[in-house]
Ligand binder design. Structure first.
Ligand code: 2RA
Length: 342
């Protein structure tokens, strides 16, 4: 007997990917319900590449009683209204919004990094999915931290416009097209032109001059991996449709060579090492789209500090950065806690 699974926010970028990945991985679901705002109610959406179509129900009127788990991709406002209602009805919520990530009674999970922490979910019956830029980074850091103990991380991100939703993708497309007719169109979703440009600003500014996206990478890495690790981040929006890239510089307590790091990463869960010191011997965001892996390239020693390494990390932000990680949490929840025969 399989699970009864709800996907909330099924019509957005991440919600659609959740359905695609549940289908691709043949998640053991007997039933799948798709819920979204009143605006989308009645729409029919595909269940991955299967010939199954699912009718969108209004989340406001949906009764989660008797459903095993709900993958939420509805943003913090709707999550605040509905996640407690679903959780109280016995339907475990796996939430992609930032609302519960730093709640001490809610586990923040990347299965390749801190799977055991999922046991905490019994407190509120809610599990948090990390920010996309954090997820891929901790997958890369964890195997190296286990061997050489990380002291400090400096990361610069190159984040695709799909992180800002369909509106962000539409803005890049329209601006890029219109520029050739001399009218790049006024920025709406982003603060400045994104076509053929980069914007060092994601989410809102904080009092110390960093942005909330940068703050997320700091505090979420500490919660998921190790609170003693010092992290500083610069998060940048770039004119790429899907796929976040990160230039990561790491300082370790103990010595670790680039060769040792490559050997460790080659075997690490969720990692695909593509690292040759030659033309094309590295991964670019276009090559990661639709894939599950966190790709790592350009592993090299940083001789400016004791025990330093630099590396390049690329992953599909809609998949490992959101939908895939959520489905992996659902698989973990099923294996460890809900124990229904598949
Ligand atoms: C972004 N990480 O890339 C944020 C939210 N997905 O816009």
């Amino acid at each position: 007997m399989g699970y009864r699974v709800v996907v909330a926010g099924a019509t957005g970028n991440v919600g659609r990917e959740m359905l695609n990945i549940l289908a691709e991985r043949q998640f053991p679901a007997d039933e799948i319900a798709v819920v979204a705002s009143a605006r989308s109610t009645g729409d029919m959406i595909e269940f991955g590449d299967t010939d199954r179509k699912l009718k969108v129900q209004n989340i406001e009127h949906f009764d989660p009683t008797g459903w095993d788990m709900a993958l939420f991709a509805v943003g913090s406002e709707a999550t605040a209204i509905h996640a407690p209602r679903f959780a109280a009805a016995g339907c475990t919520v796996i939430d992609n919004s930032s609302l519960y990530r730093m709640d001490p009674d809610v586990p923040l999970i990347v299965p390749e990094v801190n799977a055991d922490a999922i046991a905490l979910h019994t407190k509120k019956n809610i599990i948090a999915n990390p920010n996309c830029s954090t997820a891929q980074m901790v997958v890369a850091l964890k195997p190296l931290h286990d061997v050489a103990k990380i002291k400090r991380v400096v990361v610069a991100t190159y984040q695709s416009v799909s992180g800002a939703g369909k509106q962000g993708m539409d803005e890049l497309f329209e601006q890029s097209r219109n520029i050739f007719v001399g009218d790049p169109a006024e920025p709406k979703k982003f603060t400045k032109q994104i076509a053929f440009n980069v914007i060092p600003h994601i989410d809102k500014f904080l009092d110390d001059g960093s942005t909330k996206e940068e703050w997320k990478m700091v505090v979420e890495t500490k919660k998921i991996l190790d609170p003693k690790i010092k992290v500083t981040a610069t998060c940048v929006r770039v004119p790429v449709f899907v796929g976040h890239s990160e230039a990561i510089n790491i300082e370790f307590e103990n010595e670790i060579s680039a060769k040792q790091a490559q050997e460790i990463l080659r075997e690490a869960p969720g990692v695909m090492l593509v690292d040759k010191r030659e033309d094309g011997g590295y991964v670019t965001p276009i090559e990661c789209v639709g894939d599950y892996a966190t790709y790592i390239s350009r592993v090299r020693e940083d001789s400016t500090v004791e025990n330093g390494l630099s590396l390049w990390c690329v992953s599909d932000n809609l998949r490992k950065g959101a939908a895939l990680n959520a489905v992996q949490i659902a698989e973990l929840l099923g294996r460890k806690h809900l124990k229904k025969a598949a």
